[in-house]
Design a protein around this ligand. Structure first.
Ligand code: G4P
Length: 539
């Protein structure tokens, strides 16, 4: 099995390349309750980033109601410190980016996925593939992000392993490649056989796995297997034979291309199977990859620094309009206090106090490398999608807006304060809380989101931070598509029929708002000269 990290250490590489090869920047995707918080905590424990279980507070209970969510938001420091969790494991520097997954699901979650090089997908083996996982996986597939899968909660009676793998393959359109195989399930769960390491790992609840809990078994005929598993040994032999016949063998190339997903079984709560997962992850997960810009593909080992702003936390303190912009380093070495180029405005950019995020603390950094995420204090000059460079006018294209699915019309309740409202809407949409669309004919303002709770968050924040009152009115749309045509007559024709449902986005790009899939399919059929796109970068 290839091991990227050791390869990096032994070959003759520049210091920059060595730093790049050490980095592993990823996010965990899952449906609420699948075990993301639990597994994050175990990973941080292994990484030595925290020392006691319970340090990563489950946000689930705190976020069940909107008012609790608002309270959480007031203590935004919390969400910031868990936005990026850095830790060292073996010889790699791991950056785990948090993807808000519960009630606060928003476009922010999608966007975070554009700043990682791979993802870990956690699936609840009792419930199987769920809706949120499906959506997030779609984004990863779109970006060809490599995915490792962890089938969690094997200590509970759930779906059969084969049934789960079939579901992953059918629903997520990716081939599963089992790297381990469970022995029993629920009450009879005995452990897993690691196909990857050729070891049998025996289940002991809540144990930090150590060498004694696993034995090397290279050959399935080894009588040690019978000694350890009794009557379950033969069943494992049969199942493994079947697995070899049905599922593809691990191929680094296919994993990196996002066509197969190496799959592990375990129980995060019992800390079982997590270390194997982390070890394999550190072995195979990709180092920072080249990033697409409008102009060209930018390799991480290019000498000149460049970075991409992918997330902004605004109004940390409502009295000062301060914000933290999160930048992913894409190429070269970033240096504190150095004069850089802010591509969109053409102005000089200097970071005096760039912050790095280790799991439980933040610290000022002097340098950062591709794959690293740093926080920049900003007074309103940076926007999501901005590129900072060492002079070159490159614009990273990795941050499309994804078509929202829920829409509301904004009704201003205090017309005297429309200036504040506009400012608030502008800043909150810049932060990525929602997308603003202004209807071309009526100038009605519509907000589009991917998670319902965002409307209440926006209403609350407009009131608190901008002293603007709004009400939202139902807008009967279920989706949006960016539209374009070379033939201006085709567009005129389209506007004649559908103009009432066409709005402009923040970049004044035309967007067709539609009621349901059927309506958009029909519009597409009837207007073959119009191109429809479901993300703003028109892919
Ligand atoms: P999330 O962040 O993806 O939403 O999930 P989280 O880790 O909070 O886990 C959701 C629930 O599932 C929690 O139980 C957690 O203890 C449980 N869980 C996680 N991994 C496993 C596992 O391997 N086996 C079993 N049996 N349960 C698991 P809860 O009762 O809802 O919350 P809590 O009171 O335990 O915090």
């Amino acid at each position: 099995m290839p091991n990227r990290a050791t390869e990096a250490a032994t070959t003759d590489k520049t210091p920059l390349q060595q730093e790049i090869d050490k980095r592993l920047t990823f996010a965990i995707i899952s449906h609420p309750d699948a075990g993301k918080t639990t597994i994050t905590e175990k990973l941080l424990l292994f990484g030595g980033a925290i020392h006691i279980a319970g340090a990563v507070k489950s946000k689930k209970n705190a976020r069940q109601t909107v008012s609790d969510f608002m309270q959480m938001e007031k203590e935004r420091g919390i969400s910031i410190s868990t936005s990026v969790m850095g830790f060292d494991y073996r010889d790699r520097t791991v950056n785990l980016l948090d993807t808000p997954g519960h009630a606060d699901f928003s476009e922010d979650t999608y966007r975070t996925l554009t700043a990682v090089d791979s993802v870990l997908m956690v699936i609840d083996s009792v419930k199987g593939v769920e809706e949120r996982t499906r959506k997030l996986c779609e984004i990863c597939k779109m970006r060809k992000t490599p995915i490792i899968t962890f089938l969690n909660k094997f200590d509970r009676e759930g779906k059969e392993p084969i049934e789960l793998l079939d579901e992953v393959e059918a629903e997520l359109n990716i081939r599963a490649c089992p790297m381990s195989w469970p022995v029993g399930q629920g009450a009879s769960f005995k452990g897993v056989y690691s196909i990857y390491e050729k070891r049998l790992i025996l289940f002991k609840p809540h144990d930090i796995q150590n060498v004694e809990s696993s034995v090397a078994i290279e050959n399935m005929d080894d009588p040690l297997l019978d000694e350890k598993l009794g009557s379950l040994a033969d069943r494992l032999r049969e199942e493994l034979e079947l697995v070899q016949g049905v599922y593809p063998e691990f191929s680094m190339e296919e994993y990196l291309a996002g066509t197969i997903t190496p799959t592990f079984f375990g129980s995060a709560l019992n800390n079982f199977g997590v270390r194997e997962l982390l070890d394999a992850f550190v072995d195979i997960a990709p180092a920072p990859r080249a990033q697409e810009s409008r102009e060209r593909l930018v390799a991480p080992d290019e000498e000149k620094f460049s970075g991409l702003i992918f997330k902004i936390h605004a109004n940390l303190d409502p009295n000062h309009r301060d914000r933290i912009a999160f930048m992913r380093i894409c190429s070269g070495m970033f240096e504190r206090n150095k004069l850089y180029h802010h591509v969109r405005t053409g102005k000089t950019f200097r970071a005096a106090n760039p912050t790095a995020f280790m799991a439980s603390e933040r610290s000022i950094v002097d340098t950062a490398y591709p794959g690293d995420i740093i926080g920049l204090h900003d007074t309103g000059t940076l926007k999501i999608g901005d590129t900072i460079s060492e002079g070159e006018n490159i614009e990273y294209t990795g941050i499309p807006s994804f078509a929202p699915q829920i829409f509301r019309q904004v009704i201003n309740l205090e017309p005297m304060r429309s200036k504040q409202l506009n400012k608030g809407l502008e800043q909150l949409t810049e932060e990525g809380v929602a997308q603003l669309f202004i209807k071309e004919y009526s100038a009605d303002k519509l907000l589009g989101v991917v998670g319902m709770l965002q409307f209440e968050v926006i209403q609350h924040r407009l009131k608190e931070e901008y002293k603007a009152s709004v009400r939202f009115e139902q807008a009967d749309y279920g989706g949006a598509a960016w539209i374009e045509a070379e033939d201006s007559r085709a567009m005129e024709q389209f506007m004649r029929f559908h103009g009432n449902h066409v709005a402009l986005d923040k970049d004044e790009e035309r967007v067709f708002l539609y009621r349901n899939r059927w309506a958009v399919s029909r519009a597409m059929e009837e207007n073959p000269k119009i191109r429809f796109y479901f993300t703003s970068d028109k892919k």
